[in-house]
Design a protein. Sequence first.
Length: 336
Amino acid sequence: MVVTIKEVAKEADVSTAVVSLVINEKHKGRVGKEKRKKVLAAVKKLNFFPSSFGRGLKLKKSRNIGYVYGLDNASDPYFQEMILAMENEVRKHGYSLLFFAIPNHNKEYQKFFDITMKTVQMDGLIIPSPSVNNKNIEELMASKLPMVFLGTYSYSKDATCIDVDNEKAGFIATEHIIGLGKKNICYLNIFGMGTERLTGYKRALETNGLKVRAGLIKDGFDSVQSGYDTFKKVVDGFGMPDGIVAHNDLMAMGAMKFVMEQKKFRIPEDVAIVGFNNTYISQYSAIPITVVDIPSSKFAIKAVEMLIDLLNGKKSGEKKMLMPDRLIVRESSVKK
């Protein structure tokens, strides 16, 4: 539970005004030495962290915009490219970018959130919707801090979101492989991510008269190694598929590495591969990977523009914006 300034004042036996002067370092000549000590002792005892939202109301604007993403994604080039594009864009509007890698699966997550997200002063926040749990998002929304979600946050109609049509993306990736004559196509998913791409994969199979087989669908993590390990599980349980749809470039590259090590299987003749995102990983891998292009830089720029509009009080008619996506065919899935 968040400690309030009133509780600190009660513990120190002073007024809230005195507490405010001390924590904002405006006590010189206004608050006696003994009272200041009492306030600091109460702050330490109650583990009090001043609310950045409350301070922001008095101090007006910090000119800081926050960006949160999962620590699991920190090594993904997609998010690195997004941060660079976001940094450049916020500077154009006279803001600074503060970014936080949240340890989503760590038991220290809640403590990290309470200390960092509630004490760092920001005017607005850009946040990938799967990276922070719903309880914390509800707290942030209740604070009235302007926010834009990268991806769909479906738990509130008031959330401003920017996304792609992920079901359509999953469909076109899978149908492309089906068009090459492939019939046993696996899907490598990422734990905790949205299911829309997987839904599109299943719909493409069913539309083309192919069965959805549970053994061809496996969950992994956002890394090349996990793509390798997750695909190996598919092969161990089912045999070598003739097509792979991977949730992103990193998983696609890991799966490709496994196929190439088997020697007797060729890419794309025996196994065709499609990923998502279109980072340099897919473009410059040993065999360039076909992808559904989901441009991180355009995403970042548009998210910043939408947040700036919110900060400037501009009301947009669209709470959710869908960015276009397109299939870029490369050597991993060309017909030979």
